[in-house]
Design a protein around this ligand. Structure first.
Ligand code: ATP
Ligand code: MG
Length: 425
């Protein structure tokens, strides 16, 4: 049993490398105004953790004694969100500071999605959180950090410890296992051994989690700049095959650094580091591609027409994947387009290349061709041709297409790379 009556360890924030200057002025203002109104309020969660680690926080979360309605009365620029668990978004131009009321773990479990408004004390709020390093409360005004669960020691030891009984906490909300892997990979921490040992057995419980919630989690896993390390960590903990069984059956349950997927993830990490946009359509195109390809090749070998084989393979892989992770239509439609457009790179004669270049999805499809070329699945000469074609002037483009006629290399077939199967053949 967790002893929530235990007094917190209170330490000087400056000694932890925390200073009010590193907090968003808006978040600081929110804490101050709540305190001025007579409520206790702290910065909590990822921002405190990341600042102590010397990293840039993604956003600033505030937690307070004030109830949602009271928060709204204090901030004119606050909007209450969430149907069951209500919290406030305080808007400052484009920045949003999320303000939640202290919450107790509901008796039925701590599922983030399904618990209602069970308000509690700050102690209860600390102990319903997932990991000790996420349960640090910082008051920028006093310059103090309140550590209820031993998070500071764990931060120093680069240790990820579940608050409470790991098995119960993982069962209560299996997404915590994904969060564990994500934090371990991003922060370069190690999950404590007892918890680690549970993941391979409890991981399949993720199949009971709402597919829409898992979509959000998959984006956090792969779209926050550490996708490559996260992929390796997911494989290591046996969770990749739970989320993406179709792909894992082709790639195996070990991370394959030479796979199209690993390259795609490395690329997207690079793009994020450079501040370039990334899209879920491209991410899922890369995540599911190996499965689609395997399926299509299989049908073609059995005599199916290629175009039909590819379409059916895409259909089937997507259908199976959607049972686990939801992919909204606005992403799955362009994802499939990225796949379908691959065959158009091989038709360059006449006006084909010119028309393709104009199409809306050309750039994403071209980037995907680049990945396929990098793994030897498409010819690198083909990819180079398209690279030059884009950069060329109009007369140069005409000459490039003319050149294809002369060399008669318009419809060259790409070399296929040998595939590895996890089982069978
Ligand atoms: P990130 O930098 O990725 O945002 P974070 O720790 O801030 O990391 P959030 O998802 O923003 O993660 O959640 C904020 C806080 O809410 C966490 O630090 C943790 O204390 C708590 N929390 C979030 N999800 C859960 C969960 N499933 N179970 C228990 N506590 C959770
Ligand atoms: Mg956060």
């Amino acid at each position: 049993m967790i002893d929530i009556s235990k007094a917190p360890r209170i330490v000087d924030a400056a000694a932890q490398g925390l200073s009010a200057e590193r907090i968003s002025p808006h978040a600081r203002q929110v804490v101050e105004r709540l305190k001025d109104a007579g409520y206790t309020a702290f910065l909590v969660g990822g921002c405190v953790r990341d600042l102590i680690l010397g990293q840039e926080p993604k956003d600033f979360d505030v937690v307070t004694q004030a109830r949602p309605e009271e928060i709204r009365q204090i901030f004119r620029n606050a909007r209450l969100i969430g149907r069951r668990f209500r919290l406030a978004h305080v808007h400052f131009g484009r920045e949003i500071v999320e303000v939640a009321t202290y919450r107790a773990a509901p008796s039925g479990g701590g599922d983030e999605e399904h618990d209602g408004n069970v308000f509690g004390t700050v102690e209860e709020d600390a102990f319903r959180r997932d990991f000790t390093i996420n349960a640090l409360y910082y008051d920028p005004d006093e310059g103090l950090v309140y550590d209820y669960a031993g998070g500071l020691d764990d931060l120093a030891a680069r240790r990820l410890s579940v608050i409470g009984d790991p098995e119960a906490r993982f069962r209560e909300d299996p997404v915590r296992m994904l969060r564990a892997v994500r934090f371990a990979a991003r922060l370069n921490f190690r999950l404590t051994e007892d918890s680690r040992a549970l993941v391979p057995t409890l991981g399949p419980l993720l199949r009971d989690v709402a597919a829409a919630r898992l979509f959000e989690e998959v984006l956090k896993l792969f779209h926050t700049g550490n996708a490559e390390a996260t992929y390796a960590a997911l494989c290591e903990h046996g969770l990749f095959e739970v989320l993406f069984p179709g792909v894992a059956a082709v790639l195996g349950s070990r991370p394959d650094p030479d796979s199209l997927l690993a390259r795609a993830l490395a690329n997207s990490d690079l793009r994020i580091a450079q501040g370039k946009p990334v899209t879920p359509a491209f991410l899922f195109a890369a995540l599911l591609w190996e499965g689609v390809q395997e399926e299509a090749m299989h049908s073609i070998a059995e005599g199916a027409m290629p175009a039909e084989a590819w379409a059916q393979a895409a259909e089937q892989v997507l259908r199976e994947q959607l049972r686990i992770v939801m992919i909204p239509k606005r992403f799955s439609v362009p994802m499939r387009e990225i796949w379908t457009l691959q065959s158009r790179f091989e038709r360059r004669m006449g006006r084909h290349a010119f028309r393709f270049l104009e199409s809306k999805r050309f750039r994403a499809a071209y980037d995907f061709l680049g990945l396929r070329a990098a793994v030897g699945e498409a010819g690198s000469d083909l990819f180079d041709w398209w690279t030059r074609f884009q950069e060329a002037t109009a007369p140069e483009r005409e000459a490039m297409v003319e050149g294809l006629h002369e060399k008669g290399q318009g419809e060259k077939r790409p070399r296929r790379r040998r595939r590895r199967r996890a089982s069978g053949s």
